[in-house]
Design a protein around this ligand. Structure first.
Ligand SMILES: Cc1cc2nc3c(=O)[nH]c(=O)nc-3n(C[C@H](O)[C@H](O)[C@H](O)COP(=O)(O)OP(=O)(O)OC[C@H]3O[C@@H](n4cnc5c(N)ncnc54)[C@H](O)[C@@H]3O)c2cc1C
Length: 386
């Protein structure tokens, strides 16, 4: 029986959870699949392996997932991708729907609201040809936003609390029989053997799902695939009463479904002319409110090879100002700020072979969590057949 409890800060507590094996403790050391990393990509691979009845272990250096996955907005966008990515996102949606009730994490199925405050934004939404186009009045009936001239509603999109989902998912997988080695760092792999800071683990297939650490663990492979570091700044403020994750004009600059529209060039040149700060700081305004937590406000993005840990206040000034403007508020009650350094992966997903039985998987991009579960399923199908 699941006995985890959600704490007020959105984290999940599980008895014995986050504990690495004690010195001398006997642990099973032979598996079909070893997964390195307990972010959404690693959990997706572990869940897919376990669903096939494979003996599976997850090796995670932290006491619980604390990489890009828990630092995100929790917006499961299944309509912001195109082509193969959209298929991955659609399958990830099905998988989240199937896992959420079993792992008991919150998953809202209300959709995403795109708010247009300028004609070119509305044109981009129309050009994307997905979602229901809304009038300004319909938008303000759905969300407490100011200045909307129209918008779009993407009904299939979903929302979760990333701080709750990843620990709850891991706890459920552990209860189902997947072994987790927390506080254990993977050092490298040879065919059939994963070297870790707590000894070797034997596994037929080893999959590295280490996000940005790909760059230091598999430097040649990362360089070959053009993987970079992306520093993203976000903040949490007291809720404003949003029932839907909200995206805006600056988000439309970033997502592939909007980038492919004819009006995108007009949108980009207006931002370059009128809002160079948004372009320079890589701001894509998104808002996702989680009951009991607040509104997750994103995000300023910078691709840097040396992602410096110190956050520029100017990025938070822009995020605060834009949020106040959108919600027509004089003050924004900011409660947390943080930085995530994640992998920026050209093409947003990466599947590569690093040796016999050694594989690397990554999802990197603004909606990469929305593809992570299906990526795991795809890799396992490559290894063990459909
Ligand atoms: C701020 C932000 C907001 C985002 N918002 C969204 C969103 O709303 N919707 C969406 O779809 N996507 C979003 N994304 C993208 C998405 O969250 C990430 O791309 C995705 O979570 C990456 O998952 P991951 O498992 O690859 O990486 P991570 O979550 O970083 O997991 C990698 C794990 O590997 C572990 N690890 C690394 N090296 C080792 C080692 N040697 N040994 C053991 N363990 C190791 C790390 O500790 C970490 O836990 C966002 C990204 C960011 C940065």
């Amino acid at each position: 029986m699941n006995t985890w409890q959600t704490r007020r800060d959105g984290l999940v507590k599980w008895p014995g959870y986050g504990r690495g094996p004690a010195y001398g403790e006997r642990v099973n050391n032979a598996y079909d699949v070893a997964v390195v990393g307990a972010g959404i990509v690693g959990l997706g691979h572990a869940a897919a392996a376990h669903a096939r009845g494979l003996r599976t272990v997850v090796v995670e250096r932290s006491p619980r997932a604390r990489g890009a996955t828990v630092r995100g907005s929790g917006h499961v966008g299944t309509t912001l991708q195109v082509d193969a990515h959209r298929a991955l996102a659609a399958r990830t949606r099905e998988l989240f729907l199937s896992y959420a009730p079993r792992a008991r994490f919150w998953l809202a199925r209300r959709g995403t609201l795109a708010v247009a405050t300028a004609d070119d934004e509305l044109e981009v939404l129309r050009g994307a040809g997905t979602g229901r186009i809304l009038s300004g009045r319909e938008v303000t009936d759905l969300a407490p936003v100011a200045g909307a001239i129209g918008g779009a509603l993407y009904r299939d999109d979903m929302q979760l609390n990333p701080r709750e989902m990843a620990p709850a998912f891991a706890a459920w997988l552990a209860a189902e029989g997947v072994d987790f080695r927390w506080r254990t760092t993977a050092l490298g792999a040879d065919p059939g053997s994963l070297a870790t800071s707590r000894g070797d683990i034997r596994a037929d297939n080893i999959v590295f799902c280490v996000g940005v650490d790909l760059e230091s663990l598999w430097p040649d492979l990362a360089a070959r695939h053009g993987v970079r570091r992306r520093a993203t700044d976000m903040m949490l403020a007291t809720g404003v009463g949003l029932e839907f994750p909200v995206i805006t004009g600056s988000t439309m600059l970033r997502h592939e479904v909007f980038r492919e529209t004819p009006a995108h060039a007009d949108l980009l040149s207006r931002f370059e002319r009128e809002r160079p700060d948004i372009i320079d700081l890589g701001v894509g305004q998104t808002y996702a409110e989680v009951s009991g937590l607040g509104v997750l406000i994103g995000a300023a993005h910078r691709d840097e090879d040396d992602a410096w840990p110190f956050q520029e206040e100017v990025a938070f000034d822009v995020l605060s100002r834009e949020a106040r403007r959108l919600f027509g508020q004089k003050r924004l009650d900011v409660r947390q700020r943080w930085r995530a350094v994640a992998a920026a992966v050209p093409g947003d997903t990466l599947r590569a072979r690093a040796g016999d039985g050694i594989h690397v998987s990554a999802a990197g991009g603004d909606s990469a969590m929305s593809m992570g579960l299906a990526l795991g399923e795809t890799v396992l199908a490559d290894l063990y057949g459909p």
